[in-house]
Design a protein around this ligand. Structure first.
Ligand SMILES: [Fe+2]
Length: 442
């Protein structure tokens, strides 16, 4: 027996002993996320940057096997589909590692449950690799159902079940479910935590996605042979929650994985809606997104290393925390906590930007300038936009100088882009927003 085999065997035995030892085993199944008050109505801007308070004990489980996937999704995985992804066992383990890392980032230490895939030598080697990296990998018991294993191995008030074949669900989906759970636990404290609640499931593109959140009641229903009956659905701004990597080609999965930090326009708009953004805010966001994307495409055409999709998404969510004090910084915190650091960077500085000569224009400067061209959903030139600010705030001490400084910075950036593009970004913005002329009329 090699050292690796020995270590995996010892971990497995220890985890089994832990699980058999009964309730509350601190080494297995869940991590408490803290106690305290929690708002019932979850909204991303208010709560997303905050620690999750009032959270019941939650256990996250990642089933790795194909048999479990078939049982959970009701789909049969034929040989042809398996062939699409090459060695399915190897990919399932790689995906489970991806998912486990995301759960860790969200504050949960998931349990990886591997079924018959472990019977092969490859499967055992892959499991040892995970175990040596500190992930908790346990083989499924022959003859037991997934729900029976979960009940045996995890002691918790709620369970997140997430098949490894859905590896690209974003942190924001985990956060949405956990925060909803915390809110319900708080609201239902008098009647008994989570009384009457079976679970919750994210939904995107009109389809139910993953993870599935089950309460003890929901798990009990599954154990009794029913499906996850009574589980509620909640919209998530994350199409990856429904994306199954198994029928997709490895290239498609890799491309999606690289784009995890960039929301599609549909996702960004749903995120705005989930954050409680009013309709007029959405109109403004769409205008900024369209202008930012159009300028980015021109920069890209001139050879600049710019991601127009990131500019579009950044423009759409740049005011996600509008209405709050220092909304740029709060918005950045919100997006950071939702696992979107690239978008957070764009949002953090959108009131004033200084770009030193010699440094290339990035998505941050483009979203910033696009915002300055949009008054609500309507095109305005810089002079007019900052003139409005002077009219409103100019009488406050110090405000006039600050507004004049920001106007100077915006003009410097506008002039630089005009030089680099050979056309004025103002004209691009006016064209996108349908202004009659690039001089302020709209
Ligand atoms: Fe804005």
């Amino acid at each position: 027996m090699t050292r690796n085999e020995l270590m995996f065997g010892m971990r497995f035995l220890a985890s089994q002993t832990d699980a058999m030892a009964g309730e509350g085993s601190p080494r297995f199944g869940f991590r408490r996320l803290g106690l305290g008050a929690c708002r019932r109505d979850y909204r991303y801007p208010e709560d997303a940057g905050m620690p999750l308070r009032g959270m019941p004990a939650v256990s996250a489980v990642i089933p790795i096997g194909l048999a479990d996937l078939e049982a959970l999704t009701g789909a049969s995985i034929d040989e042809e589909r398996r062939a699409c992804v090459g060695d399915a066992t190897e990919r399932l383990f790689a995906w489970s590692r991806l998912l486990a890392q995301r759960y860790r980032e969200a504050g949960l230490e998931p349990l990886l449950l591997a079924d018959a895939t472990l019977a092969s030598r490859d499967g055992r080697l892959l499991a040892w690799e995970l175990a040596l990296d500190g992930f908790r990998v346990v083989p499924r018991r022959p003859g037991a159902t997934l729900w029976e294993d979960i009940r045996l191995l995890c002691q918790a008030e709620a369970y997140l079940v997430h098949p490894a074949a859905f590896p690209l669900a974003r942190t924001l989906t985990l956060r949405l479910l956990l925060q909803d759970l915390a809110g319900r636990a708080k609201a239902g404290r008098e009647a008994g935590p989570l009384a009457g609640f079976s679970g919750l499931r994210p939904e995107a593109l009109g389809r139910p996605g993953w993870p599935l959140l089950l309460t003890s009641r929901g798990l009990g229903a599954c154990l009794a042979g029913g499906s996850a009956m009574g589980v509620e659905h909640v919209d998530t701004a994350d199409d990856n929650a429904v994306f199954c990597a198994l029928p997709a080609s490895p290239v498609d999965v890799e491309e999606r994985r690289e784009r995890l930090g960039v929301l599609s326009s549909g996702e960004a708009l749903r995120l705005l809606r989930l954050s409680g953004c009013p309709a007029k805010g959405v109109w403004h966001a769409m205008a900024v997104g369209r202008v930012a994307e159009a300028i980015a495409r021109k920069v890209q055409a001139k050879g600049g290393r710019i991601d127009p999709d990131l500019c579009l998404a950044g423009g759409l969510v740049h005011d996600i925390a509008k209405g709050r004090r220092r909304h740029e910084a709060v918005g950045a915190l919100v997006l950071q906590s939702l696992g979107l650091p690239g978008l957070a960077r764009l949002v953090k500085d959108h009131s004033d930007v200084v770009l030193p000569e010699g440094k290339p224009v990035t998505e941050r400067e483009i979203v910033y300038l696009a915002d300055k061209y949009c008054y609500g959903p309507t095109f305005v030139p810089l002079q007019e936009r900052f003139g409005q600010k002077l009219d409103i705030f100019g009488s406050r001490p110090g405000a006039r100088a600050g507004i004049a400084r920001r106007l100077r910075h915006a003009r410097e950036l506008e002039a630089r882009l005009a030089r680099e593009l050979g056309e004025s970004p103002e004209a691009i913005a006016a064209g996108v927003l349908g202004a009659r002329r690039a001089g302020g009329e709209s």
